[in-house]
Design a protein around this ligand. Structure first.
Ligand code: FAD
Length: 511
């Protein structure tokens, strides 16, 4: 028995070595403008923001241009085993941009040139460019993309492969609804321009496509005039139903009567310095006065966060009037309203400060077992009851975002999957804990995420995991539901040998 095991092990590791050797030879034979590093012991591509996976690739490609990506993919199709994963800024949680014994393509190495196009309506940008850099470039022209993420240290190709949402999504849809053309290198190594009008099926497949159909090497991102300033406001609720009804009212109003940004979060009704009252103020010194909280309030309170864009020549009286009108009918607690005025750039880069602080105190590099969900508004009150008020009533050591978006701003022909309902909530559990043993054990937090998913299933809530992570095909089949067949058909068309993004574990490499 032991001998049989040893022989199998010996045989397996021998074929592993042969496989590695063949793929190494293939990689070495590539004629590239960029570089392909085959010494991967210390490469950052082994890790990601989640900090829970360590996967060593065979090589790391730093492409000079899309032709390098195409050459690599064409070569990979000559190997029975080689896989390829695009890596944006490695801000995935569960190793989605990794490739075990495959090649990771560092998209940030590619030509980052940006160009504003026809009538200032769009900007062409490389897939590996950070949204932060795109913002700074566009602001120079008085312009800005329309739809954002909260944090901008993410790449254009990385967020488009998921969706990309923030408080502007109710108005403009996700980032994946705000691009008009892409350049994609398919799994077959073809460089294809695609849009609604040209190769539209590939265009739709790649948006929200989890890196499965092609690597986005360029994107045409839609622009709008950039405002100068933002009035940024937070108000507090005790009652979840009042909070969610007000949030839904705001996102459903006509453009001229609504804020430009609507988000919200749940926080703990206590003096806990991370999860409690102190997490609400917009500047140091602004804090929730506990005397203003009714004595019957529950374990959690809710903060609605809104923002109104304006021009620097708008008088503060005009802005006050508009804001007061929009807040007039809302049911937040009197006296718990926090306001600041910031430049548009500072508003969009607001998470950068948190990043700097987290880096300084060591929690940026600790594991981040995050969970993101889309929940139908039909079930959001139940979600509050079963998940927020029960499982998460003591907080998570970071923000617990909850805010509504409108389904009709999403293009459901793309690969993104949503629950039913005209209004969909984003739930983001953004855990920032100290590493164990100072903080909780990461396995317990992963366990809590599973408990939340299980709780949603047991109570029949209509939800989908956003930025999903599953290990088996039947889970993916359930995730995609009615869209699974289409997803599989598109895979067969654009990446038939399942070379791309192997760590998503949706398909198995074939030859
Ligand atoms: P990676 O993590 O490197 O890649 C993600 C996936 O996309 C992988 O499968 C990869 O293979 C694939 N991929 C990467 N680049 C390309 C490309 N050019 N072409 C094709 N496939 C590609 N998301 C939101 O929607 N809203 C938020 O507000 C938000 N805030 C965040 C804040 C922080 C601090 C972090 C860590 C994440 C946040 N996210 C948010 C999640 C973010 O959208 C994902 O992490 C996403 O994966 C983008 O990260 P990335 O660019 O580093 O891509």
């Amino acid at each position: 028995m032991i001998l049989a095991c040893w022989e199998r092990y010996h045989h397996d590791s021998e074929s592993e070595t042969l496989r590695n050797d063949a793929d190494l030879r293939l990689c070495r034979s590539l004629d590239l403008q960029g570089t392909l590093d085959l010494e991967t012991r210390n490469t950052p591509a082994r890790r990601d923001f989640g900090g829970m996976n360590d996967v060593r690739p065979l090589g790391v490609l730093r492409p000079a241009a899309e032709e390098d990506v195409a050459r690599l993919l064409r070569a990979a199709s000559r190997s029975p085993t080689l896989t390829v994963a695009a890596r944006g800024n490695g801000h995935s949680i569960n190793g989605q941009a990794m490739a075990e014994r495959g090649v990771v393509v560092e998209m940030g190495a590619m030509d980052g040139r940006m160009a504003v196009g026809h009538h200032l309506a769009y900007v062409d940008v490389g897939g590996g460019v950070l949204w932060e850099d795109l913002l700074k470039f566009c602001i120079g022209f008085g312009l800005a993309p329309r739809s954002w993420t909260d944090y901008l240290g993410l790449t254009v190709g990385g967020t488009l492969s998921n969706a990309g949402v923030s408080g502007q999504a109710f108005r403009h849809g996700p980032q994946s609804s705000n691009v008009s053309e892409l350049q994609v290198v398919t799994g077959k190594g073809d460089i294809v321009i695609c849009s609604e009008a040209e190769n539209s099926d590939l265009f739709l497949a790649v948006l929200g496509g989890l890196g499965q159909f092609g690597i986005i090497t360029r994107a045409r991102v839609l622009l709008q005039p950039a405002p100068d300033m933002v009035r940024w406001i937070r108000v507090v609720y005790t009652d979840f139903e009042a909070f969610s009804e007000d949030a839904e009212l705001l996102v459903s109003r006509r453009i001229t009567e609504s804020f430009d940004y609507v988000e919200g979060f749940a926080f703990v009704n206590s003096d806990d310095p991370v999860n409690g009252w102190d997490s609400v103020g917009l500047v140091p010194g602004q804090r929730v006065d506990p005397n203003r909280i009714p004595s019957g309030a529950g374990p959690l309170l809710y903060c609605l966060e809104v923002a109104l864009n304006y021009r620097k020549h708008d008088s503060s009286k005009t802005v006050d009037k508009a804001v007061n009108e929009m807040l007039r009918s809302l049911r937040f607690l009197p006296g718990l309203r926090f306001t600041i005025d910031v430049s548009y750039l500072d508003f969009l880069l607001r998470v950068k400060k948190d990043e700097e602080e987290a880096k300084a105190n060591g929690i940026w590099d600790a594991p981040h077992p995050w969970l993101n969900l889309f929940v139908s508004n039909r079930d959001i009150v139940k979600f509050d009851k079963f998940v927020f008020k029960e499982i998460l009533k003591n907080g998570i050591g970071g923000p617990m975002l909850v805010y509504p978006m409108l389904r009709d701003k999403w293009d459901l022909r793309t690969s993104v999957v949503l629950p039913e309902g005209e209004i969909i909530y984003l739930i983001a559990l953004l855990r920032f804990n100290r590493p164990h043993p100072e903080g909780p054990h990461v396995d317990d937090l992963v366990g809590q995420n599973q408990e939340i998913i299980q709780c949603c299933m047991t109570n029949g809530l209509d939800f989908k995991v956003y930025i999903p992570h599953y290990r088996a095909e039947d889970q993916w089949r359930r995730h995609f539901g009615k869209q699974w067949t289409k997803f599989v058909e598109r895979k067969a068309l654009y990446d038939p040998m399942a070379i791309l993004a192997p760590s998503q574990r949706i398909f198995t490499r074939t030859h």
